[in-house]
Design a protein around this ligand. Structure first.
Ligand code: CUA
Length: 331
């Protein structure tokens, strides 16, 4: 009876697992469909390793199951020893050589693909790569474009353009990861990283901070919007408007914890707090954070570390126009 229940539980469990896999996109097995050359190479390496290890799994588990059935005890006494066999030189050579060859194939393939993943292409026809600076912050991504424009959480790039990203962190370790475009690259304080991608299709590519970085790590999403060059140029020109920039900072940085209208969420209600309309007070708060030695309760990260004057000014302009509901004595 217990045996039957166990078998039933196993069969139901397997059915659930397979259904989940079938419902997930691309079988839930392969990585995201690549839309950038390095992501393509990563995808090919993944598939080669998956194919080889898949064959090994089937072979080894198949042999195991076959041996369990073929050489089961039957009605021999429990204490009876089987025939004692040792030494099979050919077989031993075979199972030593084959794994060496398989590993060599994997290493060779990955080393062959690696330069295409790692090295930023010269992109001479495009006048070199477009360089965008990324700053990881608790808990948002900041992008700075060649014209000095800044956007938050959403990076815009021209489609089919080689983009080099210089990845910085202003506080703790984060990890920049847009799976359809490139592998994961850590944002490490004091140690800038560089990588690249080339989005080959118009569209929005979603990603997520890949390194646990604090209470709002899970909410630290990022996206890359690949658009026609004219749209990209219009975007980074418009991004310099203080009200636009301030709105992005408010929604992407402050509102994550304090709510869209400042009435509180994870963080306290600040709608009527005069500090947010005091240029010096706000700057001091954003640069130093609050209660930074108590990393959970009442903790506010120094979200404005590394900000330019234009960024502070834009935020206060937006807050005065759209957020602050107190009396304006603080100036
Ligand atoms: Cu930033 Cu996790």
């Amino acid at each position: 009876m217990r045996g039957k229940a166990l078998v039933l539980a196993l069969v139901l469990g397997a059915a659930l697992a397979f259904t989940a896999v079938a419902f997930a996109g691309n079988g839930g097995f392969a990585p995201e469909t690549p839309h950038s050359p390095p992501a393509q190479s990563i995808n090919e390496s993944y598939k080669l390793v998956a194919l080889l290890t898949g064959c090994i799994l089937v072979l080894v588990e198949g042999a195991l199951i076959w041996f369990i059935i073929r050489y089961r005890r039957r009605n021999r006494p429990r204490t009876q020893e089987g025939p004692q066999i040792h030494g099979a030189t050919k077989l031993e050579l075979f199972w030593t050589a084959v794994p060496v060859v398989i590993l060599a194939v994997i290493v060779g393939f990955v080393l062959y693909k690696l330069p295409g993943i790692r090295d930023v292409p010269a992109a001479k026809a495009q006048g070199g790569p477009l360089v965008v600076r990324i700053d990881g912050h608790q808990f948002y991504w900041q992008f700075t474009y060649p014209n000095g424009a800044v956007s938050i959480n959403e990076m815009h790039v021209p489609v089919n353009r080689v983009v080099q990203v210089d990845i910085h962190s202003q506080d703790v370790d984060h990890s920049w990861w847009i799976p359809q475009l490139q592998g994961k690259f850590d944002a490490i304080p004091g140690h800038p990283n560089h990588t690249w991608f080339k989005a080959e299709q118009l569209g929005t590519y979603r990603g997520q901070c890949g390194e646990f970085c604090g209470v709002y790590h899970a909410a630290m999403a990022a996206s890359v919007v690949a658009e026609p060059k004219a749209d990209y140029l219009a975007y980074i020109a418009a991004a310099q408007d203080p009200m636009t920039l301030g709105g992005r900072e408010w929604r992407g940085v402050c509102a994550a914890c304090h709510g869209l209208s400042g009435t509180g969420g994870y963080g306290p209600n600040i709608q009527a707090n005069s500090t947010i309309v005091s240029p010096e007070g706000l700057r001091r708060l954003l640069l130093n954070g609050q209660n930074t030695l108590k990393p959970i309760d009442d903790y506010m990260p120094p979200v404005g570390k590394g900000w330019s004057d234009a960024q502070f000014n834009a935020l206060i302009t937006y807050i005065k126009a759209h957020v602050y509901k107190g009396t304006t004595s603080g100036g």
